[in-house]
Each structure stands twice: as structure tokens, then as C-alpha cells.
Design a protein around this ligand. Structure first.
Ligand code: FE
Length: 236
């Protein structure tokens, strides 16, 4: 199921050093395999298994329900997309930081105190007037947890994983994102080894804004690349 996918390599035009690494999916994260039956049914089966496993582990005293709840809450809120928003706001405000983020994203992100599981090898990709970046994991759901939190359901869905590669513009359109026709769409395939963070363009009309104000315009989706950052009107 997780044999090397040769097509996963070819589309990373302009890839930074290391980005051509094999799409290895044998790291310590769960995988969702494709099934013959409908997605909902597959998902329900997985959820049932997770619940059963959780119950057994809890009964045997191996895990505490409260600890599990705290873990999920931590990734949804504290280690959620707000971390990534701070990284982006800093990159918008501080050209030296932007350069560090470009040359070594893992280190630049760690500077702000964010790192750890599923964020060990980060690469920042920058949107610009002629370039729009989009992140996907074609084989499962590799995602940069320390800066974005837990992946949304659609990110893990089979349609997104295949269509983001085959027809990125129509996927973007569904999210209300319409890069100009002449813009190049770069699709980045996340792997167990490399996780991508999209740096959206700084919205016009935000001169003189503080990093805190700017961070409020940075959405999770804009850091996956399925949308732009919010405009200044969103802050009022
Ligand atoms: Fe993956």
C-alpha cells in the first residue's frame, strides 16, 4: 500500500535542497489506507477501533482519559495554527527572520519556541506575485503539527490528496482561491521527513501593523496554501 510512488517525485519543481527525498511513510505516524468501500464507512470503522482500543487501554490503566483529552486539546488549540500564524507574522515584519525561515525553517521556527513531533524537518515555501504554493500529502496525512496543529478532515481525504496534484486550480477554486492564470502553482508533497509551511503574501493595507495584528490575518488554510491570508478588513 505504501510502496514508493514514483509520480510523487516529479512534481516538485524548484524544490529546495532535500525536498527530493523519497516519500517515506514508515515513520511513527498513523496511516489511512484506501479502501474499496466508501470513505465514511472506512472512517467509522477506524473510529470504532480507536474507541475500542482506548477503552481497553483505559481499563487496563495504561492511559488516562483525561490525559488523552488534554493531548487532543493541546494540538487543537495551544499547538494549533496560532503558532504558524506567529511564524508568518514575524516573517512579514522582519526581513532577517524571513531569510532565516527560507534557509532553515526548522531552526527559524524553533527560535519562536515551536518544534517537536512531526515538525522536525520543516521547509517554508513562499507565495509571491507569480507563485502560489499548495501542500498535500498524497499518501496519507503528513502535516506540520507544531505549527498547524491537527490536520483538518479534508486534508486527509482521498479526493484532496489526489486532486491537489492532478488539478490544483480547481481545488483552490473550491476554497475560493483564484491565483492569476499566469501564476505558477507549486504542489508540495509532504512526507514523514519533510513538512511544508506555506508563507502567504502579506495582505495590502497592513503597513505599520504589529505582529500580533498581522497574525490574526493568518489562517490555517492560508498556511496549507488553499487560501490567501485574510484582508485587513477581517481584523475589524
Ligand atoms: Fe503522509
Amino acid at each position: 500500500m505504501h510502496a514508493e510512488d514514483p509520480s510523487a517525485e516529479g512534481k516538485m519543481a524548484g524544490a529546495p535542497p532535500g525536498a527530493g527525498a523519497h516519500h517515506r511513510h514508515d515513520a511513527d505516524h498513523d496511516h489511512e489506507h484506501d479502501h474499496e468501500h466508501p470513505h465514511d464507512e472506512a472512517e467509522a470503522a477506524i473510529e470504532a477501533r480507536v474507541r475500542a482500543l482506548e477503552e481497553i487501554l483505559t481499563q487496563k490503566g495504561y492511559v488516562e482519559t483525561a490525559a488523552l483529552d488534554r493531548l487532543v486539546e493541546t494540538y487543537e488549540t495551544r499547538i494549533g495554527p496560532r503558532n504558524g500564524a506567529h511564524v508568518i507574522a514575524r516573517a512579514w515584519s522582519d526581513p532577517a527572520y524571513r531569510e532565516r525561515l527560507q534557509s532553515d525553517a526548522t531552526a527559524a521556527i524553533a527560535e519562536l519556541g515551536f518544534g517537536g513531533r512531526q515538525g522536525e524537518h520543516m521547509v517554508a515555501v513562499f507565495n509571491g506575485p507569480g507563485v502560489h504554493n499548495l501542500v498535500v500529502c498524497t499518501l496519507c496525512s503528513c502535516y506540520p503539527w507544531p505549527v498547524l496543529g491537527l490536520p483538518p478532515v479534508w486534508y486527509k481525504s482521498a479526493p484532496y490528496r489526489s486532486r491537489a496534484v492532478m488539478d490544483p486550480r480547481s481545488v483552490l477554486a473550491e476554497f475560493g482561491c483564484h491565483p492569476p492564470q499566469e501564476a505558477e502553482i507549486r504542489v508540495w508533497d509532504s512526507t514523514a521527513e519533510i513538512r511544508y509551511l506555506v508563507v502567504p503574501e502579506r495582505p495590502a493595507g497592513t503597513d505599520g501593523w504589529t505582529q500580533e495584528q498581522l497574525a490574526a490575518l493568518v489562517t490555517r488554510n492560508s498556511m496549507i496554501g488553499v487560501s490567501y491570508a485574510l484582508g485587513p478588513e477581517a481584523a475589524s
